[in-house]
Design a protein around this ligand. Structure first.
Ligand code: WTA
Length: 642
């Protein structure tokens, strides 16, 4: 069946699509706009609440609360509520990396039992409501089970991406003061076993972690500390598979997820139970148009917000099947991702532009060799999906049948805020579409005036703030106020993204205006990379900028000044790249290190990364009068051979 057709250069849902889509009437936008609070209140009734709210929305800018006084549990909504009619339905499919290993599937009932067993075990270990539990696990079922088990007993999970280094893990455990960590012995990545336990052992040093729960995944040899370590299996095997869910207040903390900001230290973004649940539920339902038989493959790792909201919570809240894959999409053969879609009859494929560009550039256009008959909807997230990649994705993966929802959102927003709806459209290559019903997004100029159509400005979100928007930064109120609520005052949420609208009001995202870069869809802070580089004994200071890359979208490039006595060499360049890899993750490694004498700075000593970027991109440098050392520019150009 064809779900989409082209009209006047735009793409619209076909009649057939409109018929099956959950939302196909434009009037939903108008209704929601007229009374957004009422809109969210009505939608929130689709969630099971143990106790209804007393007040829907309260605002004391820049603070706000949703469903005040309401009590619920997200794990109850993901599991228990489906036991009546979906007990034997597959909730989760896991595809391991090794081809010789069989996939595992869990019905809703099995998942329910596994979650309860772990929840009971966690309680026995002494974990209580409000305690922070670190989850440092790869893409295996136990990761999702751990998240749900924490949520069930009211423990706050903080998932740390398994490819983060021990040092990156340590910082996050220190800041969140986690007392417990769930990890694994190892996992498969490109045919090799990664010893995750070793990283975890290293990472928990100088933290408050008292107990480490270890999932046996790869069977690799690991070191063991009898006082701290306990096997997941031993812990759970004799536990009861019934565990009463904790009644959580709508505004109780659900999870902390660390993300990169402008400064060198990661920020712990806070999400609460009620608002997050409603937003994750509804945005998934309407934007992916979830139907009973859907199998969603959201390729994001659980360690990122997309993995939280659309690999784990939203599909389960909606009672559909979610697929997770342990390995790399091009291993052992470049078409592994295509095989997985066919093998598991995926109907909705949600991935990042980096992956799309990688598939596009694979030898012999692999996508052409597959029919992808089961697919009916495609999604993209995390970076700008340029027009050429959009068209390639549409033609080769979607076979010109499937709509593409390009979804804009952030770790901070908890759920999607801007995207076309598949039963309404339009879908326009390069554009993310309209704000989701009930969401007020605008584009403002530097003075805070609305930008005319076509004019680029800053993307902001206006009150009433979406239910899933962050409630704070863990133990850092100052940063919360500064980052989001200072640019335009405390009634306007500043996204740090530049964007513009076309003549129909469809939004196009241009990219970040701060020092955050997106490398292969992963959010990294240039400041954090600089801190890692500066820790090398030979480095005086450094400046990291993101430069365009054909596949990864952006890659970090570092300018470094050296102390006397340290000579520029390939070995030193390697050492510096390694230090970033070790302190943060291999994904943050600079593509190149450029050694220079002096960094361009303002008179107040601020490094002008913007100028460095312009030099690299051979753009007009503009006004340089604020520079304290304008002569540095010519010297840098010389080093670069410009
Ligand atoms: C960028 C990811 C263009 C944006 C969910 C945002 C996008 C940052 C899109 C947040 C999109 C996200 N098109 N850019 N569809 N979606 N971004 O916190 O710059 O990892 O501010 O959340 O990704 O990244 P984060």
């Amino acid at each position: 069946m064809k779900f989409v057709e082209k009209r006047n250069g735009l793409y619209f849902p076909t009649k057939e699509m409109k018929k099956i889509a959950l939302i196909s009437n434009k009037k939903i936008y108008k209704e929601a706009r007229e009374n957004p609070i009422k809109f969210w209140e009505e939608q929130a009734r689709q969630i099971v609440w143990f106790k209804p709210w007393e007040k829907v929305y309260l605002e004391e800018p820049p603070y706000f609360r949703w469903f005040v006084g309401g009590k619920l549990n997200i794990s109850y909504n993901c599991l228990d509520r489906h036991l009546k009619d979906k007990k034997d339905k597959i909730a989760l499919i896991w595809e391991p990396e090794p081809l010789e290993e069989k996939p595992r599937a869990f019905t809703y009932y099995e998942l329910y039992k596994q979650v309860n067993k772990l929840a009971n075990a966690l309680k026995k270990l002494g974990i209580k409501k409000g305690d922070v539990v670190g989850i440092y696990l790869p893409m295996i079922p136990e990761t999702l089970i751990s998240m749900l088990a924490c949520a069930r007993i009211g423990a706050v999970h903080t998932v740390i991406f398994s490819a983060f280094s021990p040092e990156a893990l340590r910082t996050r455990l220190q800041v969140s003061e986690a007392k417990f960590l769930i990890t694994a012995d190892g996992y498969y990545r490109r045919g090799k076993i990664i010893n995750l336990k070793q990283n975890a052992d290293e990472g928990i040093k100088e933290t408050k972690v008292e107990k480490v729960i270890v999932v046996k995944r790869a069977g690799n040899e690991i070191s063991w500390n009898n006082e701290k370590d306990v096997w997941y299996e031993d812990l759970t095997k004799n536990e009861s598979d019934e565990c009463k869910p904790e009644e959580m207040d709508s505004e109780d903390l659900l999870f902390i997820l660390f993300t990169s900001g402008t400064s060198g230290t990661p920020k712990g973004i806070l999400h609460t139970c009620g608002g997050y649940t409603v937003q994750a539920y509804l945005t998934g339902k309407w934007i992916f148009d979830f139907h009973e038989k859907d199998v969603l493959w959201c390729t994001s790792d659980f360690g990122w917000i997309t993995g939280h909201s659309y690999t784990c919570y939203s599909p389960l809240l909606n009672g559909i099947t979610t697929l997770i894959f342990e390995g790399a999409p091009d291993y052992p053969t470049p078409d592994r991702w295509a095989q997985i879609i066919e093998k598991h009859k995926v109907t909705i494929f949600y991935t990042a532009p980096t992956a799309i560009r990688m598939f596009e550039r694979m030898n012999g256009n692999i996508a052409k060799k597959y029919e992808f008959k089961t697919l009916r909807l495609l999604g993209s997230v995390g970076e700008v999906l340029d027009e050429a990649s959009w068209l390639w994705y549409f033609k080769n993966v979607g076979k010109e049948r499937c709509p593409i929802v390009d979804t804009w959102w952030q770790t901070e927003t908890g759920g999607i805020l801007i995207s076309s709806l598949p039963g309404i459209g339009p879908f326009k290559p390069g554009f993310v579409g309209l704000p989701f019903p009930g969401v007020k997004a605008e584009i403002l100029d530097e003075e805070g005036k609305k930008c005319e159509k076509g004019k680029q400005g800053n993307l902001v979100v206006l009150p009433p703030f979406p239910p899933g928007l962050l409630r704070g930064i863990y133990k850092d109120e100052k940063k919360y106020l500064e980052t989001y609520w200072s640019k335009y005052g405390n009634k306007i949420y500043f996204t740090s993204d530049a964007a513009f609208k076309d003549e129909n009001g469809l939004i196009r995202i241009v990219g970040r205006v701060d020092d955050v870069i997106k490398v292969a869809g992963h959010r990294l802070s240039t400041g954090e990379i600089e801190n890692a580089l500066n820790s090398h004994e030979g480095v005086v200071e450094s400046a990291v900028v993101g430069v365009p890359d054909e596949i990864k979208g952006e890659v970090p490039l570092a300018f470094v000044t050296l102390k006397p006595g340290f000579l520029v060499s390939e070995k030193l360049e390697e050492e510096l790249k390694e230090i970033v890899s070790k302190k943060i993750s291999p994904i943050a490694k600079p593509a190149k290190i450029i050694f220079i004498e002096d960094l361009p700075k303002t008179r107040s000593g601020k490094i002008m990364r913007r100028v460095l970027k312009k030099i690299l991109l051979k753009e007009e440098l503009g006004d340089l009068t604020t520079l304290a050392n304008p002569e540095s520019i010519e010297k840098i150009k010389k080093v670069l051979g410009l």
